[in-house]
Design a protein around this ligand. Structure first.
Ligand code: SF4
Ligand code: SF4
Length: 451
């Protein structure tokens, strides 16, 4: 038996992958090397050109302190607080006063007559329309409203062996369906109730809010690539258009994935930003690592993604978490922190707790300050996505760096490389006029998925 074959067999054994049909792009990556914690692999569809370490043991790419980590209350997120917290009302009042009592919309559309560069009426129209399906509640219903789905669900819980499939293969099929319905990335995590917002896991006095049922066992994490040129227009309005488009696609796709699961006779609860913290679920599901910018950094798209999730009782096979050196890179890089216009990103070491009441404490990470971030530029900024070296498609020196440091233990970053990257013009704001001059076929929803 060849060395490659032994390595492959060992990989399948340690990853708990049994009888999966070999050759399925989503299922079996190419093994490059065995590492201390698992395997270094390549899988163009899932990870782009980035080599990734699959963690086969118990080690997750984050540490938690169970005595500090508690269920985050949804009402304490900065978006919720904007609606009820007098402290936030006062902060937002000051922001408005600093703008002469005008909203960004009034400034750009009325005072400047929709002619200000990167804030034109055309740019605003793209942004407003991009949110069209983002907040349509029916997409996030906990139960189906469809007769045809109920009709299939009445056959009871689907058993993959009826179709000569294992549960590993059924899990690949579920991820395949997720991509078919519009997700850019899909992964499966074991359900961890700690990531659920407090209101959805503990009954609240006087509330009739539904709780996540106890039989939920897994979560499907779905990531949605945001348009590269749109995000690179940040802090122009086209970055918000890319964001809104991500939210709208999240809602539609999460709904369809949930309906697919329900048609197979299982429970499905789709969620966008609500119900639970998305980033730790996505990390558990092997979609990426947490960056200094407080965002999920994926191997294929960097931090340029939005995340949705679907909770289910379907007995799927979870994916291993991954590592590709984000923590080590962020230790030295700091580009996002230095360039953040609101000073919301930490330049310090990682900590166990943040400074804001809207931080979810108890994991060792870089805590961002969500209030000044949310108040900057009328909630319209993606600079920390635009500037991040992981955002750059096929950033070849990052791939080489990871490949050369297989065990990912060394302080891998050569700061000169970051400087060279910046000197090459990467990370600068793309003007909206350049965006509009481009062929629409370059947008993420129409381009060749292999490109
Ligand atoms: S979105 Fe903008 S303001 Fe907020 S943390 Fe990122 S760079 Fe800073
Ligand atoms: S810009 Fe640099 S420090 Fe910030 S998340 Fe990206 S790699 Fe990490």
């Amino acid at each position: 038996m060849s060395k490659n074959e032994i390595q492959r067999r060992e990989f399948l054994k340690r990853m708990g992958i049994g009888s999966i049909a070999l050759g399925a792009g989503l299922g079996i990556p190419k093994v490059l090397a065995e590492t201390d914690n698992g395997f270094l692999v390549e899988n163009k569809e899932q990870y782009g050109m980035t080599p990734v370490e699959l963690l086969s043991g118990k080690e997750f790419p984050y540490q938690i302190k169970p005595d500090i980590l508690k269920n985050m209350p949804n009402r304490m997120t900065v978006f919720s607080r904007d609606g009820w917290d007098p402290v936030r009302r006062e902060e937002r009042k000051k922001v408005r006063e600093a703008q002469g009592g005008r909203s960004m919309f009034q400034i750009n559309m009325i005072d400047k007559k929709g002619k200000s560069p990167n804030q034109t009426r055309l740019d605003y129209a793209l942004m407003q329309a991009s949110w069209a399906t983002a907040h349509m509640d029916p997409f996030y219903n906990w139960e189906t409203q469809s007769y045809s789905i109920k009709q299939l669900a009445e056959f009871g819980k689907w058993d993959p062996s009826d179709n000569d499939l294992s549960w590993e293969e059924a899990s690949v099929a579920l991820k395949h369906a997720s991509l078919f319905y519009g997700a850019s990335l899909a992964g499966i995590a074991k359900y961890n109730p700690l990531w659920v917002y407090d209101e959805y896991i503990h009954a609240q006095e006087g509330s009739n809010r539904k709780l996540i049922p106890e039989n939920i066992s897994n979560v499907i994490a779905l990531a949605f690539e945001e348009d590269y040129d749109g995000i690179c227009n940040s802090p122009g309005r086209l970055a918000s258009a890319a964001t809104g488009d991500g939210y709208s696609r999240m809602a539609v796709t999460a709904h369809k994935v949930a309906e697919f699961i329900r048609a197979l006779g299982y429970q499905a609860i789709p969620a966008g930003n609500g119900t639970a913290l998305s980033i730790p679920i996505a990390i558990d599901a092997g979609l990426g690592e947490l960056g200094r910018n407080g965002l999920l950094v994926t191997p294929k798209y960097g931090p340029r993604v939005r995340i949705a999730k679907v909770f289910t009782d379907m007995p799927l096979v979870p994916d291993p978490p991954i590592r590709f050196g984000v923590k080590e890179f962020c230790d030295s890089c700091m580009i996002c922190a230095k360039d953040c216009p609101s000073g919301s990103i930490s330049v310090d070491e990682q900590t166990w707790e943040g400074k804001s009441v809207s931080n979810s404490n108890g994991a060792k990470k870089w805590y961002i300050q969500p209030e000044p971030c949310n108040d900057y530029n009328g909630f319209s900024c993606s600079n920390c996505k635009r500037n991040c070296p992981f955002n750059k498609p096929n950033n070849s020196w990052i791939h080489k760096l990871i490949r050369d440091n297989i065990n990912l233990k060394s302080k891998a970053l050569d700061k000169i490389m970051v400087k060279m990257d910046a000197a090459s013009g990467y990370g600068v704001e793309v003007q909206a006029s350049e965006f509009w001059e481009k062929d629409g076929k370059a947008s993420i929803t129409s381009r060749d998925p292999q490109a």
